[in-house]
Design a protein. Structure first.
Lengths: 227, 419
């Protein structure tokens, strides 16, 4: 079986400074969940940006689903991200002028592959969006008339998770997705996210400084700070 | 996929967007409207007299002759003697002549002595003749036909009496009040200086000047209307004549003949040539108008840019989201460009609707109040198409700036926003 993420001898440094990311080896099998924990400045986000394909100029090898990132052009990396990755940030994940369902549908407008997956699962893109929102305890009947701005941050993050999961991407990368949430909202979010992930074969890579999240994961990697 | 999103994004900023579209619409309407008025007034100007081959008057400059004979501005320094006029009228090459006798006025409006050839042969615009809105032609010695504007401004009805004043000042103290005229007909609006004219017969003018010498009424020499009717009222002179020829080929020949004739020095000009000369002077103002409205367009466009650019900072996270979803920088900047194009296009179309609606509503008032004859054409002239392309092109060009900014934002090497 091909590893979803296969990293060998990875090293990245901003010009003129010490390396921020140094990773001898990291492999993630399909369906595996990895928590990368570390203080700020430990290179967590940089690692995600490298895997996400927006940051280049590393040495070593990053293979995603057997594809070597270094061999892809900028356009191909964008395409790969559109087809295979769900991305979650700490906040501001949603477009305020689209309603919840349309926000969740966005990945399918940019990727035929994910559109096809969504249609196969629920019959139509809209149905799949509604199904996912429901799974994340945001029944559309209840929330359809609300704008993004009317939701709590916890609810917004769940909508963002639904979007990241739309069209069954192979890899979900999340950068501090719970950092803007209080403890209770964080637990609800993590439980719902992981429950939905169990249904599919999506691989999760989550980075956070919050060590308490480790309890939700079978694998944890700790990065050390530079200071 | 891009278009609906651009629309939704614009809709979410509707207040500022509407304002921008409206500014653009106004400047479009202004620019195209001024161009329209410019074209129409130019056409109106050149169409003041059409179908006339030569304008003949006493020896003077062509522009001056045109000014007093057609535009009724200024006055002639001397006249054509009647025998010279009849000789011209009876020339075998001449198809028709319209005599014009100027010098008197009625409450500020020029009185023009002429005959019924005026109604038969005078042409303006694209060959339209004069038409009476009501009443009859000049069939009586004291009959008067009023231009549309005169009748409206002075509120004259058929049969009303009016007194002609000697001279052309606004307030003349020398009235021909011994011989009142009556309104026999009222012309339809033409958009030419004839709207402001009072037409009488040559003989009528001769009659009111019985007993006048060198602009002064000699005491006791005047006649009553009934006495005048008994007299021989053959005119002694006319101021100018509009001439139509049997064959256009003879224009140059006859013109040279008249210009070089010795016994009564005359000037004959072709209306088109003289109009062109006069237009050189007038066109300065129209170009200034166009320049002013171009500035208005620039203001409209910079307003649009201001709205688009001020929104860019808030859209930083929109760009980040689209980036994370795998949209390429090119695609994101296309979205922004599409937005400005959409704004410009909607503004332009609204401006066009505004212009045509406005023209439709203002057409009648403009003709009545200003004698400005505007036709509503719901298609654009070549010039206007060029302006339209210019407006939309500038809008798209302006849209390149926010599009470029978005492109730069999209190149940030990080997923999500960095603070």
């Amino acid at each position: 079986m091909t590893a979803i993420i296969d990293i060998q001898q990875l090293e990245f440094a901003w010009p003129g400074s010490a390396p921020v990311v140094q990773l001898e080896q990291l492999q993630l099998q399909p369906g595996e969940h990895l928590f990368i924990q570390g203080p700020s400045g430990s290179g967590k986000s940089t690692l995600l940006n490298l895997i996400g394909g927006v940051l280049t100029g590393f040495s070593g090898e990053i293979k995603l689903d057997g594809q070597s990132l270094a061999k892809l052009s900028a356009r191909q990396r964008d395409r790969f991200r559109a087809d295979n990755m769900g991305v979650l940030f700490q906040q501001f994940n949603l477009l305020p002028y689209l309603n919840l369902v349309d926000n969740v549908c966005l990945p399918c407008t940019l990727s035929k592959q994910r559109r096809a997956a969504a249609v196969e699962r629920s019959g139509s893109v809209k149905n799949e969006a509604k199904r996912l929102l429901e799974r994340l305890q945001l029944p559309p009947e209840q929330y359809q008339n609300r704008s993004v701005a009317q939701l709590s941050i916890g609810q917004q993050q769940r909508v963002a998770a639904a979007r990241a999961l739309m069209g069954a991407p192979t890899l979900l990368i999340a950068d501090e997705p719970t950092s803007a949430l209080d403890a209770q909202a964080r637990d609800v979010f993590m439980q719902l996210l992981l429950e939905e992930l169990q249904q599919g074969a999506t691989t999760l890579l989550l980075v956070s400084h919050d060590a308490t999240l480790a309890g939700y994961f079978s694998r944890t990697l700790s990065l050390e700070g530079q200071n | 996929m891009l278009l609906p999103m651009a629309v939704r994004s614009l809709a979410s900023r509707r207040a500022s967007v509407l304002l921008t579209v409206f500014t653009l619409a106004l400047s479009t309407a202004l620019l195209l409207g001024i161009e329209h008025i410019r074209e129409q007034s130019r056409a109106g100007f050149f169409n003041t007299v059409s179908g006339t081959d030569l304008i003949v008057g006493a020896r003077s400059g062509p522009v001056q002759l045109l000014l007093y004979s057609v535009f009724h501005v200024g006055s002639a320094t001397s006249n054509i003697r009647w025998p010279s006029y009849t000789q011209l009228r009876d020339d075998p090459r001449v198809a028709w002549t319209i005599p014009l006798s100027l010098g008197d006025s009625h409450r500020g409006y020029r009185v023009i002595g002429t005959d019924n050839a005026m109604f038969e042969h005078y042409r303006y615009g694209e060959g339209q003749g004069l038409a009476l809105a009501e009443g009859d032609q000049l069939d009586d010695l004291f009959a008067v036909v009023l231009g549309a504007e005169v009748a409206r401004a002075l509120d004259y009805q058929l049969g009303d009496e009016l007194i002609i004043a000697h001279g052309t000042g606004n307030t003349s103290f020398k009235l021909h009040d011994n011989m009142p005229f009556y309104v026999s007909g009222i012309l339809q609006p033409t958009g030419t200086p004839l709207d402001r004219a009072v037409l009488v017969t040559l003989e009528g003018l001769e009659a009111v000047h019985i007993g006048w010498r060198a602009g002064i009424a000699l005491p006791g020499m005047q006649a009553t209307p009934d006495q005048a009717r008994q007299r021989d009222l053959t005119p002694r002179q006319v101021t100018a004549a509009l001439v139509g020829l049997n064959s256009r080929m003879q224009v140059f020949h006859l013109q040279r003949e008249l210009n070089s004739q010795r016994q009564d020095p005359l000037t004959a000009v072709m209306p088109g040539v003289a109009l062109q000369e006069l237009w050189q002077v007038v066109s300065l103002a129209e170009r200034a108008l166009l320049a002013v409205s171009s500035v208005a367009l620039l203001i409209g466009l910079s307003g649009m840019l201001a709205v688009l650019l001020s929104g860019m900072q808030q859209r930083r996270h929109e760009v980040a989201v689209l980036r994370a979803l795998g949209a390429s920088p090119l695609r994101i900047s296309t979205l922004l460009l599409l937005e400005s194009l959409l704004l410009t296009l909607v503004g332009f179309l609204l401006g066009l609707a505004l212009l045509w609606g406005g023209l439709y509503l203002l057409q009648q008032p403009l003709l009545e109040q200003f004698g400005l004859h505007l036709t509503v054409v719901t298609r654009l002239s070549t010039q206007q198409w060029q302006l339209a392309g210019f407006i939309v092109g500038l809008g798209a060009l302006g849209g390149l700036i926010p599009a470029f900014m978005a492109y730069r934002m999209a190149l940030v090497k990080s997923l999500g926003q960095r603070h």
